[in-house]
Design a protein around this ligand. Sequence first.
Ligand code: FES
Length: 113
Amino acid sequence: MESMNSDIIRFTIEDRNGEQQPVEVPDEISLSLMEVLKASGYNILATCGGMALCATCHVQVLEGLDALDPAGDEEMDMLDTLHDAGYDSRLACQIRIHENLNGAIFKIRGDEQ
Ligand code: FES
């Protein structure tokens, strides 16, 4: 079987200190943004393991919000419980790595350890 062409998806992460770093991931990986953030060494608790139940993977989408798939009901319900969530808040565990993340900027907002 021929190997599939893989493209690189590039987006930017702003950490809790306001520092921005580019992140590049191949588009064929089947991971959530939360998993990529953890694998990249960011301090994300993700206590619920990606079930949209803990909100410790809260990110604010500074760029590229409109390109993302809309939040589902579970994600919306959990975001509603956060006092510091805004219209541009998302749960990183509910965002799949996909080419629609190209050029996006995500600011990490969830609680630290
Ligand atoms: S990891 Fe718990 S809500 Fe995303």
